[in-house]
Design a binder for this molecule. Structure first.
Ligand code: 16G
Length: 256
């Protein structure tokens, strides 16, 4: 990307010195908009700080502060010696029942796990309800940070009936790999998504500023005989992950 891209987007004329909002914040939101609307493409290199400052007739400090904030928010990445780039977003089709490990490796990236907890406990009322267990039944709990190429993307808390996963320590990286091995791979899942603000304890674990956008996802998955096998609650960084749903016109309408 050249500094002239900023001209094409009329960034300079949209910066308003009479506005009480500091210039770096105005510039930050204009760059954010350009990324979110696709005007700045994923993995595009940003022009140098000096070129942007010259093009927009603002100080280099203004450009630096705007860029640094967007790096902190995960929209831009700085590669040592190479410059600043628009960060890649990961896309997951909502209709495929895949695992995190599979999703990430399908994109040519390396997935990894930072374990917070792997324990056995008695089902809470919420877990018992979600997993169709009697109160007090045993559950294996996996609490972990999920990373792609060492960048923390989500915090995940999975509960699996203990009868299906007697030893949570058996899961070294992929839960679905272990379930596959024991013939217990889920076949169907229900997912509920909602937007949330990143909670302070999560933002710290994901290395992003508190109060940023996050996506909460709950997955309940089932074995072919409909017994629930998994109840997982995930908090994804809102700035790095897109969930894509493919929609079809229903047959009734198609025949109208
Ligand atoms: C995904 C699933 C999660 C599942 C995990 C298994 C979503 C929102 N969640 O993260 O429910 O437990 O994959 O991944 O997609 P693994 O086999 O890599 O542990």
């Amino acid at each position: 990307m050249k500094a002239s891209t900023f001209r094409a987007l009329q960034v300079k004329s949209r910066l308003d010195t009479s506005n009480p909002t500091p210039l770096y914040k105005q510039l930050r939101s204009l760059i954010r908009q350009a990324i979110e609307t696709g005007a700045f493409k994923v993995e595009d290199a940003l022009p140098s700080e000096r070129d942007i400052a010259a093009e927009l007739e603002v100080s280099r400090v203004t450009v630096r502060k705007a860029v640094q904030d967007l790096v902190k928010d995960g929209l831009l990445v700085q590669k040592h010696g190479a410059g600043t780039f628009v960060a890649a977003r990961l896309e997951q089709p909502l209709s495929k029942l895949t695992s995190f490990t599979e999703d990430i490796s399908a994109r040519g990236m390396q997935s990894s796990v930072i374990w917070i907890e792997r324990t056995i406990g008695l089902a809470t009322p919420e877990e018992a309800m979600a997993l169709n267990l009697s109160p007090g039944a045993g559950v294996s709990r996996l609490h972990r940070i999920r990373c792609a190429d060492n960048k923390a993307l989500a915090i995940e808390q999975a509960s699996i009936p203990q009868i299906f996963l007697p030893d949570p320590l058996a899961v070294e990286d992929s839960l679905y790999r272990i379930l596959d091995k024991t013939g217990l791979r889920p076949q169907r899942a229900l997912q509920r998504l909602r937007a949330e603000l990143m909670q302070p304890e999560h933002s710290e674990l994901l290395g992003m500023p508190p109060g940023g956008a996050a996506l909460y996802i709950e997955r309940r998955s089932f074995l072919p005989d409909m017994r629930p096998i998994e109840f997982t609650r995930s908090h994804y960084r809102g700035d790095s992950y897109d969930f894509i749903a493919e929609l079809h016109l229903d047959n009734q309408k198609r025949n109208d």
